[in-house]
Design a protein around this ligand. Structure first.
Ligand SMILES: Nc1nc2c(ncn2[C@@H]2O[C@H](COP(=O)(O)OP(=O)(O)OP(=O)(O)O)[C@@H](O)[C@H]2O)c(=O)[nH]1
Length: 425
């Protein structure tokens, strides 16, 4: 049985100070980023789970994105996405705990000022571009407004465009249900349609029509697993200085910086697991939860400490859809054999929910606090054919046996053959 220490968090909580990730000691240079000297900023937006981090991960590994500073904002209490970005240019700042369009907007300004200061002092090498990945619930309007209207920022950075990622299979329903999703599309300069493999042709065509109606001027590109040509997202540049305010004032219907408001029904909470979990029990419990409460779970993501595994296992789900797990070679902060224990190896699961009742949340906490062992989980899985996490069960993962020993993928159990012998349960 496992204990899940819980730590509730809602969107009304005060934002945390941004956590700068250590910046490598690289030589400073004087290369100008753009013609007018201002550094272009790409705003990467899109609804929860649309595929923003996947796209970012691909882009920052391209030569064209060398010298890119990445700012990631997450809505849950614990940032996960920044652990998934394999190779960022030189600087990565996590704007944690809150949504960039409301609570964290001041932190965004502070982070960009900090970046500029480090550049001026030549503490970091030239930054040619900034990419801001917003939370899936962010309204991009106030963020773009901040980039364009905050005096210090707008004289040093320029908004190079809003790229909005839309999920080919879930996008239409998200556009129907969430104002934020519609605003992300409506404001986009480029629309990336992700996960074409998960939608059939008619669904893709219906989504295209919907996107065209919401934003007829933005070019659209369908992309598998984020493999987009970098030049397609750069230089969207519709926000030329001359037209910026009038364009926005018209769109917003006001000259004032807009206050972003989320639906009160949205909430987030995080569960911590103090001890490693039995993988199969964890899969079956989470699959059951997605089955029962998936309508209210907008997004689920986490790092899991699996019994017997060296590094963490990344789990993700959007609604009832569980995505294939990813095994990371080591825990964030773990740099070598000898620092074991000096970094946080607790499992953490972040839920972003809508209209989830207190009883339902309590049910989630309860079921994750008491996980079945591997053997019991496999028996349960056999009687639940539509388990959303079934694909997780196929992942090569250590098996924790009773009286046997652990191995990757196989359970080796000592068997005594002969009269009276029994196969252990
Ligand atoms: N099948 C399929 N899965 C994809 C594709 N692109 C991304 N995914 C998966 O979709 C899941 C969510 O992708 P992310 O990149 O984390 O989405 P996100 O928009 O950054 O998510 P949030 O930060 O939570 O809003 C991950 O498991 C990806 O591997 C694709 O083209 N096809």
């Amino acid at each position: 049985m496992m204990d899940a220490n819980t730590d509730a968090n809602t969107i009304t909580e005060a934002p945390a100070v941004p956590m700068p990730v250590p910046i490598p000691d690289l030589p400073a240079t004087d290369l100008p980023a753009t013609d007018d000297g201002r550094i272009p900023v790409t705003l990467l937006t899109g609804f929860l789970g649309a595929g923003k981090t996947t796209l970012l991960n691909h882009l920052v590994q391209q030569q064209e994105f060398a010298g890119t500073a990445v700012l990631i904002n997450e809505f849950g209490a614990i940032g996960i996405d920044h652990h998934l970005v394999q190779h960022v240019g030189e600087t990565l700042v996590l704007l944690e705990s809150g949504c960039i369009c409301c609570a964290v907007r001041g932190d965004l300004v502070a982070a960009l000022k900090d970046l500029h200061e480090k550049l001026s002092r030549r503490q970091i090498s030239a930054v040619r571009r900034v990419v801001i990945e917003t939370t899936g619930l962010a309204d991009p309007v106030p963020v773009v407004w901040t980039l364009m209207e905050e005096r210090f920022i707008s004289t040093r950075f320029r908004c190079d465009g809003v790229v909005s990622v839309v999920d080919a299979s879930l996008g239409a329903a998200q556009l129907d249900a969430h104002q934020e999703a519609r605003r992300q599309v409506a404001l986009a300069d480029r629309i990336v349609i992700s996960k074409p493999d998960l939608a059939d042709r008619s669904a893709r065509e219906a989504l295209e029509a919907r996107l065209a109606a919401l934003n007829p001027s933005a070019p659209r590109m369908t992309v598998s697993h984020g493999t987009l040509a970098p030049d397609w997202v750069t230089g969207a540049g519709i926000y030329a200085a001359a037209e910026r305010t009038s364009r926005f004032a018209a769109w917003l219907g006001t000259e004032e910086a807009p206050a972003a408001r989320h639906d009160d029904s949205l909430a987030t909470f995080t569960l911590h697991f103090d001890r490693p979990v039995p993988w199969r029990g964890f899969c079956v419990a989470l699959g059951g939860l997605l089955n029962d409460h998936g309508d209210h779970i907008l997004r689920l993501k986490g790092l899991t400490n699996v019994a017997g595994a060296e590094g963490p296992v990344v789990v993700q789900a959007v609604g009832r859809v569980a995505y294939p797990v990813v095994r990371l070679p080591r825990w964030p902060g773990h740099t070598g054999r000898f620092d074991r224990g000096r970094f946080d190896m607790r499992g953490r699961l972040v839920f972003i929910t809508q209209h989830l009742s207190q009883d339902q949340e309590a049910d989630i906490r309860q079921r994750l606090a008491f996980l079945p062992d591997d053997a019991a989980a496999l028996r349960a899985a056999a009687t639940t054919p539509l388990l959303p996490t079934r694909c997780w069960l196929g992942a090569r993962m250590p098996v924790v046996g009773r009286g046997g020993f652990e191995t990757d993928g196989w359970r080796i159990q000592p068997l005594r053959l002969g009269a009276g012998s029994a196969i252990p349960a």
